[in-house]
Design a protein around this ligand. Structure first.
Ligand SMILES: Cc1ncc(COP(=O)(O)O)c(C=O)c1O
Length: 383
């Protein structure tokens, strides 16, 4: 592995106290929650330690975050963003929830595309909104697509007020084309629905895929949309609590400004995110290179040890969505893998009914630990 990423030594990782490393006993290999095992990017470490050294632990100030994100978006994503439209938020889900609360009436329906990141299913219920499902379409080869007819039907339901698009998509790893994004935007425009786009995995788009930032489209909906992103997945710093909301319009920006007291990021997270986006690019490239290798390695390992598992390599990020239905382990194979194999993977049904018989495996780690995870999964099938 690239020296920037470290070695992912298991004894060292077990000293971490985050949810990945403290949820299960020490004989379980954790590969569930979306934390990566690489060492932190040095610019992030320097930004945080410099702040600690000067007692700089107060309330957040936006500082250079807007400029840092705008430069990253221009250089890496081909998107011109006005730094004034970039707002720090504590995390993507809180930003989404606050905007949903602000722009949709109580009781509204929020359209999502399952299988999708579990909090999309339950978080808006805390605010009296309900979920309307527009499942992704899946072909025989296991590839997913946005389903125009399903989105149209969902947006046609009474009370459907917003569409939440995950781009790139978790857990399928899809990077949506410009045409697919335009289709979603057209449907929202036609049905008068708000559009919220979660681009948290965009920094980790892998070689061969072309990520299209929603805001870079030539479409009227870009002016009305809110885009959410973060350095938290790309640089593995969710514990530092800083996400980014980008408003498509002056009015959207003013809305985020009015709610800024409800959306306070952590000061250390703002500093770390600005450092990651500017000086952390070599580390990001090393991580993307490793993930590119890891997704291929996983295909080889599955072919050898678990040939019954369906797997389409992700186009982005470090999450592999595995179809385990042919293994005959029931709706929740993760329970069997944990119980008999001592490996903790993500529960498929948490991503929606479409995830029954599936699991999500985290490959943001070393080749050795991926091989160990597959070995444990395979051993669970033999016992
Ligand atoms: C699609 C998606 N959105 C949001 C999040 C959570 O981000 P945050 O911690 O900023 O809320 C994740 C975490 O894995 C995610 O995959």
């Amino acid at each position: 592995m690239d020296a920037l990423l470290g070695t992912c030594s298991l004894p060292q990782l077990r000293r971490r106290r985050s949810v990945k490393w403290r949820t299960h006993p020490a004989d379980v290999l954790p590969a569930f929650v979306a934390e990566m095992d690489f060492d932190l990017a040095q610019p992030v470490v320097r930004a945080v330690t410099a702040a600690l050294a000067t007692g700089d632990c107060g309330y957040p100030h936006k500082g250079t975050l807007g400029e840092a994100y705008a430069a990253f978006a221009a250089d890496r994503l081909g998107w011109d963003v006005d730094p004034a439209r970039v707002h720090p938020i504590p995390d993507v889900m809180t930003g989404l929830a606050e905007v949903v609360e602000a722009i949709t009436p109580p009781g509204s329906g929020i359209v999502i595309n399952p299988p999708v990141y579990p909090p999309f299913h339950f978080r808006f219920g805390f605010y009296g909104r309900r979920i309307i499902e527009a499942p992704l379409a899946r072909d025989e080869a296991g590839r997913y697509q946005l389903d125009r007819a399903a989105i149209e039907a969902a947006l046609s339901q009474p009370g459907a007020a917003a569409y939440l698009l995950c781009s790139p998509h978790n857990p399928t790893g899809n990077v949506w084309s410009a045409g697919q994004l335009e289709m979603a935007a057209d449907l929202c425009q036609c049905h008068g629905a708000a559009l919220l786009v979660d681009e948290i995995h965009a920094p980790l788009v892998l070689p061969g895929a072309r990520f299209v930032p929603f805001g870079s489209l030539r479409h009227e909906m870009t002016g009305q949309a809110f885009v959410f992103t973060s350095a938290s997945k790309g640089w593995n710093i969710p514990g530092l609590k800083c996400g980014i909301a980008i408003a498509g319009s002056e009015a959207g920006s003013a809305l985020l400004e009015r709610r800024s007291e409800a959306l306070l990021a952590a000061h250390l997270g703002v500093l770390a995110s600005a450092a990651a986006l500017t000086e952390g690019r070599p580390w990001l490239d090393a991580a993307r290179g490793q993930l590119d290798q890891n997704r291929v390695l996983l295909a080889d390992l599955l072919r050898e040890h678990l040939p019954g598992v369906g797997y389409v390599q992700p186009q982005a990020s470090f999450l592999a969505w595995l179809d385990c239905r042919a293994l005959g382990l029931g709706d929740d194979p993760s329970a069997v893998f944990l119980d008999r194999g001592r490996v903790a993977v993500g529960r498929g049904p948490d991503f929606g009914g479409q995830g029954r018989g599936f699991v999500r495996l985290n490959i943001g780690t070393s080749p050795e630990l991926i091989a160990e995870a597959v070995r444990r999964m395979a051993s669970a099938c033999r016992t």
